[in-house]
Design a protein around this ligand. Structure first.
Ligand code: TYM
Length: 331
């Protein structure tokens, strides 16, 4: 039977300051679904501990990530906003799904390979089974659509495979989710090394523009952004730096790539970088103001977390009961 209202789930790790990659690739797209879908957006703190976190910072970033969701336009009355660890079914289903996920499948995950190279002293089992927890997040809510950046595509495909495998072993239980990957902004690149993804864990602060950076910082970072020895503002594979800046400019202004090429024809990179910086800083100004307002009222954020956890739990509990029945756990 066709479900009437479709469900959307996505999550962001509170593992660092959020970047314009997180914003343009994911969070900005979340609000597209608020009106016509049942939406769940989680601050996935359990994912964050696969890499060592300083406890006080993790706690602070959990509040901040929730406040950023709201500051980026997610109305807490229209979206279920919650913290992953407040809904214990995530861990519970995560364990169950570990038993339906193959060692070989997890070994092929490129993010696991990258992260284990980066954290060679701490290749913990959680880092390895991270994608099954992500599958649990998604499958718990009967999710139809998952808005994410391209770096999550492989994890999402694994979630689909796990859902199909479970459904075939028992009977129809999980909805097989589809990704929503916004092609224009699915991979915002580092400003210092434009062939690598912009990442919140980058140690070079000039490579990354954070959503909460001041206007001065934003202008400075774009001014320094790596481009090339040419001077034409033109989108192409062999001009990754300029193309990345064009993507960012287009996302903040709504202008097409052709219009941007025309706008900066014969004007050189200096003018262009300044315009990108201005557009980005202006586009984020209201987010910054709203974030400051929300962070000043911690009690309200806690109320939002509590309400969100209650609504999420109601749905997650039902799915978990169904899963337990299917696999033969005694009620
Ligand atoms: P995370 O916290 O690394 O990133 C959050 C979202 O931001 C997107 N993103 C980007 N998009 C474009 N360009 C970039 N440079 C860029 N950097 C990050 C990510 O693709 C992501 O959509 N495993 C997830 C969190 C997660 C999740 C889930 C997502 C846990 N459970 C269930 C969806 C559904 C992660 O680490 O995202």
């Amino acid at each position: 039977m066709e479900k009437e209202i479709k469900t959307v789930f996505s999550g962001v790790q509170p593992s660092g300051n959020l970047t314009i990659g997180n914003y343009l690739g994911a969070i900005k797209n979340f609000s597209r679904f608020s009106e016509d879908y049942r939406t769940f957006y989680s601050v996935v703190d359990m994912h964050a501990i696969t890499v060592r976190q300083v406890p006080a910072e993790l706690r602070k970033r959990t509040y901040e990530t929730l406040a950023l969701y709201m500051a980026c336009g997610l109305d807490e009355k229209k979206n279920t906003l919650f913290v992953q660890s407040h809904v214990p079914e995530h861990a519970e289903l995560g364990w169950v799904l570990n038993c339906y996920t193959m060692f070989g499948e997890l070994s092929r995950m490129t993010q696991f390979k990258d992260k284990s190279a980066k954290h060679a002293q701490n290749i913990n089992a959680g880092l390895f089974t991270y994608p099954t927890l992500m599958a649990a997040d998604i499958l718990l809510y009967g999710t139809d659509v998952v808005p994410v950046g391209i770096d999550q595509k492989q994890h999402l495909e694994l979630a689909r495979d796990i859902a199909i495998r479970f459904n075939q072993t028992y009977s129809e239980t999980f909805t097989v989710p589809e990704g929503y990957i916004h092609t224009d902004t699915m991979k915002i690149m580092s400003l210092a090394e434009p062939t690598a993804k912009m990442s919140k864990s980058d140690t070079n602060p000039n490579a990354v523009v954070y959503i909460l950076d001041s206007k001065d910082d934003i202008l400075r970072k774009f001014k320094r952004a790596v481009t090339d020895s040419d001077s034409s503002v033109h989108f192409s594979e062999d001009k990754p730096g300029v193309s990345n800046l064009m993507t960012i400019y287009s996302a903040f202004t709504g202008k097409s790539l052709d219009d941007i090429e025309r706008e900066f024809d014969g004007r050189g990179y200096g003018d262009f970088k300044l315009a990108v910086g201005e557009a980005c800083a202006d586009g984020l100004a209201t987010v910054r103001d709203e974030f400051a307002r929300l962070m000043a009222d911690k009690a309200y954020l806690e109320q939002v977390m509590k309400n969100g956890a209650e609504s999420a739990h109601r749905v997650a509990f039902k799915m978990m009961s169904k899963v337990k029945r299917k696999i033969g756990f005694v009620n």
